[in-house]
Design a protein around this ligand. Structure first.
Ligand SMILES: *Cc1c(COP(=O)(O)O)cnc(C)c1O
Length: 406
């Protein structure tokens, strides 16, 4: 574990608490960027993985762009200092208002995911009397071999368009005076640990670029999406050099800027969720450790049955271990942070560190059960700062009004 003093942070800022190691996040960015050395490349951090402004700012300072899936994320990216010409706006459903705002902000490109959306972008751009830079998300129909909820590159998934339709859409866009096709995009899934489906997808999409070039559609950005897997347990992640080489070789001879949109890879293992033990209970033989963090703070275990390593601070060397589920106070049987983990006897106030919580942690948090969302702390160069206050009860009801006024 890193040198961050979790005990002190829990003391000062209370729990549940998210802690981010910005040094780690930066080093992940640098490692990926350098794997693409010698090529034109742009890393667009996928904001949805961790939307905290200070986290985004860390990548902005390194020169990162942003991959956004709502206009709110586009605004977060800009607020944190990412240049508009490095921002991509993706997602299967965008309202006219969002499209208009994105065009007004002069971002790099809108990533279009259907024929109907292409027509909407064209109509909005026409009204504004401008040309909209677009890319099209193609669906290479390869199986990424990951969890079905985070697999996105098959025809049965809602994302992207088939190759043949993509080609027709590019021709349509080229002939429209309000559309400028500049990029091509695919994103086949998340938490990928196998390079072969990415390689296969890159080759299929590169072939499409070749056939588009032949009919004068000038694609400049080759966007390979995100999805790089990380170690939660004992996974073997994709080697960055092999990853970069697979992409380079797929686009050989094509003069393209490689765009890559990692989320999880950059932040997952740079985040920790600190939670305190409330008490233990047994239902018959079954042992539960009840903590103050819950599925509203970290949804991944409940949603994907995801595994997160657990560490009990100060009890690393205890012997008398037995299996327990670590559960939160929420009124759902699916509310757990870990299942069947070997734990020593626990006392009220013991501090548990849930690891690999930097991606899809706080960004998926909710107020279910009227629980204020956790505070967030960020650490860099041995110094830690509060970067988002803990929500209060007043924050939660701020926008509500009683129907009956006295
Ligand atoms: C979610 C998403 C990403 C990031 O995925 P990770 O698995 O976190 O790297 C990148 N691009 C698009 C289009 C996405 O929807």
């Amino acid at each position: 574990m890193s040198k961050i003093d979790f005990e002190a942070l829990a003391q000062e800022f209370k729990t549940p608490l998210y802690v981010y190691d910005l040094d780690y996040m930066k080093s992940q960015y640098k490692a990926l960027k350098s794997a693409f050395e010698g090529e034109k490349s742009l890393i667009c951090y996928a904001i949805k993985a961790n939307s905290n402004l200070s986290v985004i700012q860390t990548f902005a300072k390194e020169g990162s762009g942003a991959d956004c899936v709502s206009i709110g994320e586009v605004k977060r990216a800009l607020k944190a200092g990412i240049q508009p010409y490095k921002i991509i706006f993706s997602g299967v459903g965008k309202s006219d208002e969002e499209i208009k705002e994105a065009l007004n902000l002069k971002i790099l490109m809108i990533n279009v995911e259907s024929e109907a959306e292409l027509k909407r972008v064209e109509a909005v751009a026409k009204e504004m009397k401008i040309e909209a830079r677009i890319s099209i998300r193609v669906n290479p129909n390869v199986d990424p071999k990951t969890h079905p909820y985070i697999s996105t590159g098959l025809n049965e998934n809602k994302f992207g368009v088939e190759i043949d339709l993509a080609k027709r859409m590019y021709i349509y866009a080229k002939n429209s005076s309000n559309l400028e096709p500049v990029g091509i995009h695919f994103h086949i899934g998340s938490q990928l640990t196998d390079l072969s489906p990415i390689k296969e997808a890159a080759e299929i999409v590169a072939d499409l670029v070749r056939s588009l070039r032949a009919i004068d559609v000038d694609i400049r950005f080759f966007d390979v999406g995100g999805g790089l897997g990380v170690v939660y347990d004992n996974e073997k992640p994709i080697d960055l050099k092999e990853y970069a080489n697979a992409i380079k070789s797929a686009i050989r001879g094509l003069d393209l800027t490689i765009v890559c949109e990692p989320g999880r890879f950059l932040v997952a293992n740079g985040g920790y969720l600190l939670t305190k033990v409330l008490y233990e209970k047994y239902n018959g033989e079954k042992r539960f450790v009840i903590v103050d963090g819950a599925m509203n703070d970290l949804l991944r275990p409940s949603l994907y049955n995801a595994y997160h390593k657990i560490e009990v601070l100060g009890k690393e060397n205890e012997k008398n271990l037995s299996k327990a589920d670590i559960v939160g106070p929420i009124c759902e049987s699916g509310d757990f942070l870990a299942k069947d983990v070997e734990l020593p006897p626990m006392q009220s106030g013991d501090l548990i560190v849930v690891k690999s919580a930097g991606a899809y942690g706080f960004s998926m948090a909710s107020n279910y059960n009227t629980r204020p969302r956790a505070a967030e702390v960020a650490c860099e160069d041995g110094e830690c700062r509060l970067v988002r206050k803990r929500e209060s009860f007043e924050d939660l009801i701020k926008l509500e009004e009683l129907y009956l006024k006295e």
